[in-house]
Design a protein around this ligand. Sequence first.
Ligand code: ATR
Length: 281
Amino acid sequence: MIRRPRAAITGWPVAHSRSPLVHGHWLKKYGLAGDYIRLPVAPEDAERFYRHFGESGLVGCNVTVPHKETAAAACDELDEAARAMGAVNTLWLDGDGRLCGANTDGIGFLGNLDQRAPGWDARPGPAVVLGAGGAARAVVWALRARGFAPVKIFNRTTEKASQLADHFGFGVEAYPWDKLCEHLGQAALLVNTTAAGMTGKPPLQIDLDGLPKDALVTDIIYTPLETDLLRQAAARGNRTVDGLGMLLHQAAPGFERWFGVRPEVDDELRRIVLADLGATT
Ligand code: ATR
């Protein structure tokens, strides 16, 4: 008997994850037999869970905070992005039962910009990244993979920006937050990866005056969909891309691994997730 493939979002907590909505939509759209469930994994159980993933009954899973590093350490194989980041968000078992891990957050970031701002990387000049957390790590990896240099990281806590820049080395630089104005003038791209500007968090206070009008501005926040940063940037004529597509695109490679179909990120999926965000935030 062929088992119905089952995948999951794992992390702690997972109650608010939109991944079941995204994968559930694709399973229905492509008429596939399979399930995608929420599976909370308590921090004290995480190491054991990922090390013995074969016993879970899952064909694979997504991994969210705070387990991305623990899961990476449990993998037998990592893709290039996961190796560079030391963190995974997507796991699957290969034919021999070996645990494989990928980090598709950076791919999701690129897929979103490719779809919504075609040609955005034609001039891979200086990029400014705000923030130095896990999301920044994926964005910096993605920008370096597309040839952007220098990638300049600005963070409220400069030390964390320096650590991230050191981690990547060549082509990545760290600066204190208060030096941002001096660097915006050369930027081809501005990315916010901080939590500032998210619903319920303090606003991102930033003066875009020096930013070239042809620079692309993007935020990885998607609640609200149009952050103050994006509104401000659009008002002065900059091209902008919201963060929802990163969430949708990062999900696609896992779906393909587990269920065998490369899913499309289309307007219908965007509408479904937006409606859910509107109902719950
Ligand atoms: P994630 O993994 O989602 O990136 P994180 O690791 O908690 O989350 O990182 C959050 C980022 O948002 C950090 O860069 C944080 O700056 P600090 O390193 O100084 O804490 C940044 N951040 C959060 N709130 C901020 C605010 N009000 N202004 C500027 N930066 C902020």
